[in-house]
Design a protein around this ligand. Structure first.
Ligand code: NG1
Ligand code: ZN
Length: 533
């Protein structure tokens, strides 16, 4: 490669402006957009190296998801459509933090250590959310790609899960789908319409939903779905402000609704009406409704996961095939949801650390792995062998017509799902499919079990790395004695549970607590927070 170009671009166009080190965390790099130019340039370089190393195309998404509009961020997508492999996160951190005149040395280092062949032509798929800072950051990123003679393919404004999907489609030689927006809409909406059939309403289910687009990319993209879906689902869209109005995620969107446990601004308050919110890059989904007392009832990632797991379990049982289905949750999953799924549904649950990559890999251990974070980020993964088993069973003449019908249905459900990563729109279409098939209102869905009241708090501390955890983050190891103190406090609360962990995306510690009443959950979180502070 031409190291002179790499250095000249760095020095003249994208010099390192920040003195502090940044770290490639659970969601890649995230910071104030004005500090990210040089990081983007360097991620462009790294993306080309990753693509050459993997001998495939990779993706780079520019987004800060649910964070405020002035923030931005970047994450790399591996050829299989998954998050960047963990061992490369260290390279990403190294690339982002070296001085401009050390960049070339780091490139030499990685190339020789990993034996990367530098002559390959590679394509890098680039996507961005609606933040006003995204176009100039995309330019910096593309400069990095070009400096190492990679070929940037600009997908413009897309949702994060769309870009994951495109990357996987490209690398699977279109076996998974066509890597275009149209290909994506067509695949998902065709599956949805097939599953819905001729009658759009069923029992207590009515095919109208209020959709909060968080004034972001989800609002833009849902319009295409509405066109494809016709009358089968009526999506009334709210919070679709223009780019640059500063309203992205502001008092609306999935994170706001989940954290504040409240109804978003900008959506009409219609009693008992099913509503949902997505976040700024449309990978998280939360359902909710207002009761006659104007109380907001949330149906979060845990509920969505259980609805899906239960439905898939029933569907697969009707095919007559044996299947190993499991659910993956994090420590933030409501205790009532874990009890319901393990004790009532007899579906095994595994726990993973916070961060979608951990859940995704844990879920891949099952033939059907359903995973969701309580905040509404998740999807379902199916083992390749399981899909093949289904296709093979279609040819088995000893199975009944009902069984064949059920197998076809499971295959169509798989087509409705974006297996690469949590996808708010695909997840919404799946939830709508299940509610329709069961003839359920959102209230029927909620009745399955009662969530334990809970509270999530943020605590600012001097050095959050002083806290370390184990047992999928549910037990604190350091500082010494903290876990004992938490245990003593928790023991005083009925159905009490609480844990602390350092955030992977913000400079703070999160404290989670649940208990038999909201007052007690609030009190418990406060008591534990005081021990952390
Ligand atoms: P941190 O900041 O590590 O808690 C948050 C979310 C994660 C995940 C990441 C990435 C909570 C409690 N944590 O991580 O679930 O979504 O951001 O966006 O919601
Ligand atoms: Zn997001």
């Amino acid at each position: 490669f031409n190291y002179k170009t790499v250095y000249a671009f760095a020095r003249e166009m994208h010099p390192k402006t920040e003195k502090f080190d940044v770290q490639y965390g659970t969601a890649g790099f995230r910071a104030k957009a004005s500090t990210l130019g040089y990081v983007m340039y360097r991620m462009g370089l790294l993306a080309v190296l990753r693509a050459r190393y993997k001998k495939g195309c990779v993706g780079v998404m520019i987004t800060a998801s649910h964070n405020p509009e002035p923030d931005n961020g970047v994450k790399l997508i591996d050829p299989c459509g998954e998050m960047l492999e963990q061992s490369w996160e260290l390279w990403a951190t190294k690339f982002a933090n070296v001085a401009d005149d050390e960049l070339v040395d780091v490139i030499h280092e990685i190339v020789s250590k990993l034996d990367i062949e530098m002559t390959q032509r590679v394509e890098i798929l680039v996507g961005k959310d609606t933040r006003p800072s995204s176009p100039s950051l995309a330019k910096a990123l593309c400069d990095g790609i070009l400096a190492l003679s990679g070929k940037p393919i600009d997908y413009g404004i897309v949702t994060t899960p769309q870009l994951h999907y495109f990357v996987y489609c490209k690398n699977s030689k279109h076996e998974y789908g066509i890597p275009t927006e149209e290909g994506y809409y067509t695949k998902l909406s065709n599956a949805f319409k097939k599953l819905r059939g001729e009658s759009f309403n069923n029992g207590n289910y009515f095919n109208k939903i209020l959709f909060d687009g968080a004034n972001g990319v989800g609002a833009k993209k849902i319009k295409y779905f509405q066109e494809c879906l016709g009358d089968s689902l009526k999506i009334e869209m709210y919070n679709d402000e223009l780019i640059g109005t500063g309203k992205l995620n502001f008092m609306c969107g999935a994170d706001y609704v989940k954290v504040k446990q409240t109804f978003p601004n900008g959506v009409p308050q219609i009693t008992e009406q099913r509503c949902c919110s997505v976040d700024g890059d449309a990978d998280r989904l939360i359902y909710y409704y207002l009761d006659e007392n104007k109380k907001c009832h949330l149906l979060d990632g845990d509920r969505i996961a259980i609805l899906i797991a239960e439905y898939l379990k029933e569907m697969v049982e009707s095919t007559g095939l044996e299947v190993d289905l499991g659910l993956v949750q994090t420590a933030y999953a409501n205790g009532a949801s874990t009890d319901y799924i393990t004790q009532k549904l007899k579906v095994p649950v595994s726990f993973a650390c916070t961060g979608i990559k951990y859940l995704h890999h844990e879920a891949q251990k099952f033939e059907i792995g359903v995973y969701f974070e309580a905040n509404g980020h998740g999807t379902i993964v199916f083992k390749k062998e399981f899909k093949e088993k289904l296709k093979l069973a279609l040819e088995n003449t000893s199975l009944s017509n009902e069984q064949h019908g059920a197998i076809k249905k499971v295959l169509t459900i798989i087509d409705l799902i974006n297996e690469t990563v949590g996808d708010a729109i695909s997840d919404m279409l799946l939830v709508e499919t299940i509610l329709h098939s069961k003839g359920w209102s959102i209230q029927d869905w909620e009745k399955k079990y009662t969530d334990l009241p809970n509270r999530l708090m943020k605590v600012s501390v001097k050095d959050r790395t002083q806290i370390t955890t184990t047992n999928s983050e549910r037990t604190c190891i350091k500082p010494d004695g903290l876990q004992d103190e938490i245990d003593t406090i928790v023991a005083r609360y009925k159905a009490g549970r609480s844990f602390v962990r350092p955030s992977g995306t913000e400079d703070l510690v999160r404290v989670y607590a649940e208990a038999i009443s909201q007052e007690e959950a609030d009190q418990l979180s406060l008591e534990v927070a005081l021990k952390v502070y």
